[in-house]
Design a protein around this ligand. Structure first.
Ligand SMILES: Cc1ncc(COP(=O)(O)O)c(C=O)c1O
Length: 432
């Protein structure tokens, strides 16, 4: 019995009603009311945001510094210089504190004027979103229809440009790796079609889910603006958007009349030269960016691409062995970042994904736009290795069985047999 001050004994009061109710619930709570404890690592196998390596997370955890001080300038300069290697460019690369959508907008508003004609291609959900943005900005978009199973046809680019004798098309905008479908567009071949037609249009390319995963060459392919984001091949959290900008794009920016303020390249490029930004940058993400770029250089970009190619091929072998269909139909356009898998008829891809998440703690990509419920997407990009892929594919195989979907077992074995081959026997399929 508790003692009151002064040593006088006092009878304890019975607990109040609210205390009794809480106590009752805590001790008699049925298991379905408790939060499930998930042990081990979550498998984040969506096609971005991707797994962030521990060394990058540690870099981001450093104390934030004065973004107008000398230490910051050294950080920014190193990050920008290293970033150029990944874009394969010597041109300016602008870094925004933004998502990829912001970097899309920056590419359009810096180079174009109201009413300018832009040639775009319906390769999938993201191409459609970029088109919507262009229309809302007042551009005149010629949107070439597509079936969401192919990349851009260089032959159609050639036809469109041959028809455009008066050079009304001011820019061609292409999504390099359509994240909603797992189909890539062959930028080198599109460039060749533009050169063949001797057409002066600007070439704008979205590499949001290909940069640092699939071979990409800003300078060699004479791309005018390359759009990218932090959260996929660069292995960072979301929050940085990029524009690599050719000299021709910079010249276009001096004439372009779409309104721009936050996205204006000029103050960025001017201040970046000294290692600064015209407004507060995402300091801690820049720590992460520098570390991620060092990580990529340590591995070597050719090895990074070859690794992604291998994992993509292993995944496709698993899908075929399961008797399922790969959404991308042209092997020249297979994505090395992700594989979109068609769910067997009568089975909902999102119900299957829910089973994968709840039973095996693995997030797979949902079907986007018109593919909702029809496909699921396996992300195999970024900080990823053989055993993570084996775990991912095992999770898919188990979840297919748990979902009662018709499939043939053995996809895992097909993938593992491929992964076990010595890597020097494999031919890289990069260069797209
Ligand atoms: C190819 C592609 N373009 C654009 C975007 C839009 O980027 P964000 O969601 O970072 O704005 C994404 C996002 O996944 C994408 O995959």
């Amino acid at each position: 019995m508790p003692l009151q001050r002064g040593g006088v004994r006092r009878r304890s009061r019975p607990p109040s009603l609210s205390v009794s109710v809480v106590t009752f619930f805590v001790f008699s709570c049925p298991s379905w009311l408790t939060l499930p404890v998930k042990s081990g690592r979550h498998f984040l196998q969506i096609p971005g945001p991707t797994n962030v390596p521990d060394r990058v997370l540690r870099a981001i955890a450093q104390p934030t510094i004065d973004h107008r001080g000398p230490d910051f300038a050294a950080l920014a300069r190193e990050a920008i210089d290293r970033l150029k290697h990944v874009f394969k460019t010597t041109a300016d690369v602008v870094i925004y504190p933004s998502s990829g959508t912001g970097a899309w907008e920056a590419a359009l508003v810096n180079t174009l004027s109201p009413g300018d004609r832009v040639l775009m291609f319906e390769t999938g959900h993201f191409a459609a979103l970029w088109r919507d943005m262009a229309v809302r900005l007042g551009l005149d978009v010629d949107f070439v229809p597509g079936d969401w199973r192919h990349g851009v046809s260089p032959a159609i680019v050639a036809e469109k440009l041959a028809d455009d004798r008066s050079h009304r098309i001011v820019a061609i905008a292409v999504v390099h790796n359509e994240t909603s479908t797992g189909a890539t567009s062959r930028i080198g071949a599109i460039r060749a079609a533009m050169d063949e037609a001797k057409h002066p249009a600007l070439l704008l390319v979205d590499t949001i889910s290909s940069l640092a995963s699939i071979d990409y060459r800003h300078d060699e392919w004479q791309v005018d603006v390359t759009v990218a984001g932090s959260q996929k091949g660069l292995m960072l959290p979301p929050g940085l958007g990029f524009n690599a900008v050719s000299a021709k794009a910079l010249a276009a920016a001096s004439r372009a009349r779409l309104p721009r303020a936050y996205w204006d390249w000029q103050p960025m490029i001017r201040d970046n030269a000294a290692g600064f930004f015209p407004y507060t940058p995402a300091t801690n993400l820049l720590y992460g960016l520098r570390e991620a770029l060092r990580t990529l250089e340590d591995e070597g970009l050719p090895n990074v691409f070859a690794r992604h190619d291998r994992f993509a091929e292993a995944t496709r072998r698993a899908v075929r062995a399961w008797g399922l269909e790969i959404l991308c139909v042209d092997p020249r356009e297979y994505s090395s970042s992700l594989t979109a898998v068609v769910m067997p008829a009568g089975h909902d891809a999102d119900a299957f994904r829910t089973i994968a998440l709840e039973r095996f703690d693995m997030s797979l990509g949902t079907g986007l736009g018109r593919l909702k419920g029809k496909v699921f997407r396996i992300g195999h990009l970024g900080d990823f290795n053989e055993l993570m892929l084996a775990g991912t594919l095992s999770g898919v195989e188990m979840a297919l069985a748990a979902a009662g979907a018709p499939f043939t077992r053995g996809g895992i074995t097909a993938a593992l047999d491929f992964l076990a081959q010595p890597t020097h026997d494999l031919h890289s399929v990069s260069g797209r």
